[in-house]
Design a protein around this ligand. Structure first.
Ligand code: G16
Length: 542
């Protein structure tokens, strides 16, 4: 029996860079989650009787939201819901399941790398039939609906058993609980040379993988230890916990410090990696050598043909604007296009669907390919393992050879978190006002060549996205970019992206902070960060 529950709009249900992210307490308000889910179902394209994929990263409130979404889906005419056992589906696995089973879309319950627990963050994002995050036109339509909604629909039914595979009927709709790992593991086995990796492991190649008590634990355990033969214990923190053990499941040098320390120690294994809350990000560290996400994209693109799934070569590469230009040089060498998109994986979808790009990446620890429509943490780890197994070199040697060939883009991102929104907005407004006067100005030995507010026209569908970050380009290829994050849940986060290029026969073996020192000073002079925010140092450097 379908029930219609009267409701009224909540403020601020605007999806950000990657869905709606708020504190759990906000989602727990009566009708809040229901309003948003109903707004999604009202706004998106979905033929009657279609299939919805449902799963999340296992954080606190995941199971509650899944039961709510199942009831609302049943009341709204879905024919089937496919849900991962335990309510678990990593973001890339959800993308694959949507594509594989021809679903019209999916709800992924996650706040990614943000902490979890009753006082922490929760999130919901909608992915469309191609498996990718809803593009802006759809998220705008969802937001518009949240502002006018006056009721949501549900059915009265007991909770579905999420812990056993099988099918249950809910008010005429089928709910199928599936193994969250099996389909994804099979896809990985088709893309990569598992026998070559297994042979390397048998020959003594060792690694450490930190699942950060988040969703990749079961995936990494099955694939790395189960199918590739890495020793038991290779996967650390492999059980998903509702509060991620009290940590930020963010695979960067701050939050994955233990792994970093292991990899820098004399008895480090050959390879270290980590993934985030929902399994789409990755951290790559060789013995004694951290690889920046921008470099990882370039190095993977340069060597991808060594994996069976990419043996035919790449059609193109795409990177977000703040990501370093290291991948551009690989694309140029291969004679293929390199696209520069705004921050947000959703901007890669049209390029991947159109067959214009094969590999994509972002400075925010995301890399992926056309195998799904999300970035994919374990995929990046497996491509690295495949390349190392075939080339039989260390990560450090591979990086040095790459830089000698292509040059090195020294790179860092400085984050200033939880700034008062008005202050952050004032800083950005002042920057925009200063843009016309910047070209030609000198900051130490750096001279500004160009400065603009990044605007993107999608080459496939012609949609335009403006105000995607302030770029200040210096003569010689160095650069600073300023942007406000679209994923925070508290105040504003200012991101300052710093980049300096050195050609292959130049200073490619130096320390990043030294190489970026002058650009950091220039960034402060240009944006007046201390004056606007009162902060004299970033909270996080990645
Ligand atoms: C999300 C998006 C990414 C984006 C990142 C950072 O990642 O999917 O495309 O690069 O946020 O965005 P921002 O700089 O706006 O905070 P995730 O892993 O949080 O879903």
């Amino acid at each position: 029996m379908i029930q219609t529950i009267p409701s009224q709009p909540f403020e601020g249900q605007k999806p950000g860079t990657s869905g709606l992210r708020k504190k759990v307490r906000v989602f727990q308000q009566a009708g809040y989650t229901e309003n948003f889910v109903q707004s999604v179902f009202d706004a998106v394209e979905r033929p009657a009787g279609t299939t919805l994929v449902l799963g999340g990263d296992g954080r606190y409130y995941n199971r509650t939201a899944i039961q709510q979404a199942i009831r609302i889906a049943a009341a709204n005419g879905y024919g089937k819901v496919i849900v991962g056992r335990g309510g678990i589906l990593s973001t890339p696995a959800a993308s694959h399941v949507i594509r594989k089973y021809g679903a019209s879309g999916g709800l992924i319950l996650s706040a990614s790398h943000n902490p979890g627990g009753p006082e922490e963050d929760f999130g919901i994002k909608y992915n469309i039939a191609n498996g990718g995050p809803a593009p802006e036109a759809i998220t705008e339509a969802i937001y518009a609906r949240t502002q006018t909604i006056d009721c949501w629909m549900t059915v009265e039914t007991p909770d579905v058993d999420l812990d056993n595979d099988g099918e249950t009927e809910v008010a005429g709709m089928m709910v199928q609980v599936i193994d969250p790992v099996a389909d994804y593991a099979e896809l990985m086995e088709n893309l990569f040379d598992f026998p070559a990796i297994r042979a390397a492991v048998e020959g003594g190649f060792a690694m450490a993988f930190d699942a950060m008590s988040a969703v990749t634990g079961p995936y990494a355990t099955e694939i790395l230890e189960g199918r590739l033969g890495f020793a038991a214990g290779t996967v650390r923190n492999g059980t998903p916990l509702e509060d991620f053990g009290g940590h930020h499941p963010d695979p960067n040098l701050v939050h994955a410090k233990e792994l970093y320390d292991t990899m820098m120690s004399p008895d480090a294994p050959d390879f270290g990696a980590a993934s985030d809350g929902d399994g789409d990000r990755n951290l790559i560290i060789g013995r004694g050598r951290f690889i920046t996400p921008s470099d990882s994209l370039a190095m993977l693109a340069a060597n991808a043909h060594l994996a069976p799934g990419y043996a035919a070569g790449l059609k193109g590469i795409a990177r977000s604007m703040p990501t370093s230009a290291a991948a551009d040089r690989v694309a140029a060498a291969q004679g293929i296009a390199c696209y520069e998109t705004p921050t947000g994986w959703k901007f890669f979808g049209t390029l991947l669907d159109a067959g214009m790009a094969t590999i994509c990446g972002e400075e925010s620890a995301g890399t992926g390919s056309d195998h799904v429509r999300e970035k994919d943490g374990l995929w990046a780890v497996l491509l690295w393992l495949n390349i190392l197994a075939v080339r039989k070199v260390s990560v450090d040697d591979l990086a040095r050879e790459h830089w000698a060939q292509f040059g090195r883009n020294y790179y860092a991102r400085h984050d200033y978190e939880a700034i008062e929104t008005e202050r952050a907005d004032a800083l950005m407004a002042a920057l925009i006002a200063a843009l016309p006067d910047l070209p030609g100005r000198a900051f130490g030995s750096l001279t500004v060549a160009e400065a603009d507010s990044f605007s993107y026209t999608d080459p496939v569908d012609g949609s335009v996205s403006e105000n995607q970050g302030i770029r200040v380009l210096f003569e010689g290829g160095s650069r600073v970019v300023f942007r406000l994050s679209g994923t925070g849940t508290q105040g504003a986060t200012l991101r300052v992206y710093l980049e300096r290029y050195e050609p292959g026969d130049g200073a490619i073996d130096r320390e990043t902070p030294d190489m970026l020192a002058e650009i950091i000073i220039a960034a402060e002079s240009i944006a007046g960060i201390a004056q606007h925010t009162g902060r004299t140092a970033p909270d996080v450097v990645t």
